[in-house]
Write a protein that binds this ligand. Structure first.
Ligand code: PLP
Length: 401
């Protein structure tokens, strides 16, 4: 056993840093809001009645615990015991609801009357609109104008749930621009509004806040392994990484368990060197975006490079500070999978196990072809979401399979 001085950070320091990454780089107008969150979130989350309300909703509304399913056919093919954590079975179809449930309870307890959020593909927007309907709070979701066209079904879902979807018409009219608009809105309504950020990114304390709400994933994995496999950790845990929230949740309780190989998978789009990719850890350099110091895909003079991935949920030019830290300390390994590899993995899971994964999650599955396994080692793959939303894309590739 290594000494405790080697212990890695799974929470940031008081300033929001994991090693060199994180922090809170925001205009003065937002400092009051962040201070309010920062001073309150830890003790509110530790509060007994908060936990009761959160746990009850996770159980009865979200459908937790999600199963840890032993994928027999996939296991046979790859020569390992492959277990799939079924976040795809959560209400609204992905892990995003774990975070929005937690944050809406927090917002209520802080006396907020109005919720804002940003969304790319619309999954976080839908998860936010859902909990706002549940709690009867006003909801405004910012979405890039281009994304609104590309993801019309999710726009309609948000509207049906009672949210107002506001187009972001600046820049590339995608996620980064929607985030800018949401931050602008928060600056003009600091008292009444809570901003629900959808990944483990943004200014402190958001990366930690989101990670704490998603950590239910690894908490459940431990219990399920103990109950069904007489062990308390997998040999490998694998998750896809966009901003990094589902991966942070899947990794959290294993960060200081050195027996576990932690493996994140970024999206390398058309290829790492193609100029059309979203593999931020592999291609990025340190900079500040949306309030925190993180690796960014940027030009030498600091202009953000437009990311590309076949999955809208991984199409972000940055990555959360916890992952940047785990990457730079060498604690976690980060692979990358191309659009094509993700598509192949999605068809493979569909045909071998009868589970159609989200395109994002398919990147995690694509890691199976890049790793080698000991016989019977336990490999847990976090299946962050379901594939219904991606049928348009899958349909174009059906005949090639
Ligand atoms: C949004 C999303 C992701 C990427 O976000 P993370 O914060 O990196 O988890 C991955 N999978 C699904 C299904 C998503 O909706």
């Amino acid at each position: 056993m290594t000494s405790s001085s080697n212990k890695l950070q799974n929470h940031p320091d008081n300033y929001g840093f994991y090693g060199d990454f994180g922090g809170a780089f925001v205009p003065e107008m937002l400092q009051k809001n962040l201070l309010e969150l920062k001073t309150n979130y830890k003790h509110l989350l530790a509060d007994k009645s908060f936990k009761q309300e959160n746990n009850k909703l996770l159980r009865d509304y979200v459908g937790r615990p999600t199963p840890l399913y032993e994928a027999k056919n996939l296991s046979k093919k790859y020569g390992a015991k492959i277990l799939i954590k079924r976040e795809d079975l959560s209400h609204t179809g992905s892990h995003k609801i774990n975070n929005t449930i937690g944050q809406i309870i927090l917002a209520k307890r802080l006396g907020k009357k109005r919720i804002i959020a940003e969304t790319g593909a619309g999954q976080h927007g839908v998860a936010t609109a859902t909990v706002c309907a549940l709690m009867q709070l006003k909801c405004v979701v910012y979405m890039g104008a281009k994304d609104m066209q590309r993801q019309l079904p999710n726009v309609l879902r948000m509207q049906m749930l009672g949210a107002e979807v506001r187009p972001a018409n600046s820049g590339s009219q995608t996620l980064k621009d929607a985030t800018n608009e949401a931050i602008r809105d928060w600056i003009s309504h600091p008292e009444s509004t809570h901003y629900i950020i959808g990944s483990a990114i943004g200014p402190h304390p958001y990366p930690d806040l989101v990670t704490r709400f998603q950590a239910v994933i690894s908490e459940e994995i431990i219990k399920q392994l103990q109950h069904n496999y007489q062990c308390d950790a997998p040999d490998k845990i694998i998750a896809c990484v966009g901003g990094g929230s589902n991966a942070a949740g899947a990794f959290f309780h294993f960060i200081n368990n050195e027996k576990v190989d932690i493996i994140g998978v970024e999206a390398s789009g058309l290829g790492l060197k193609s100029g059309k990719s979203a593999a931020t850890l592999h291609l990025g350099s340190k900079g500040i975006l949306h309030g925190c110091m993180i690796p960014l895909m940027q030009t030498s003079d600091g202009q953000i490079t437009e990311p590309h991935s076949i999955s809208a949920g991984l199409d972000y030019p940055g990555i959360g500070p916890l992952h940047a830290y785990l990457f730079h300390t060498g604690r976690a390994k980060y692979l990358h999978a191309t659009d094509k590899e993700a598509l192949e993995a999605a068809f493979e899971l569909s045909m071998l196990e009868g589970i159609i994964p989200a395109l994002e999650s398919a990147h995690a599955l694509a890691a199976l072809k890049k790793l080698s396994f000991q016989k019977n080692e336990i490999v847990v793959i976090n299946l962050s979401g379901r594939g219904d939303k991606d049928m348009d894309t899958y349909q174009k590739h059906l005949r090639n399979e």
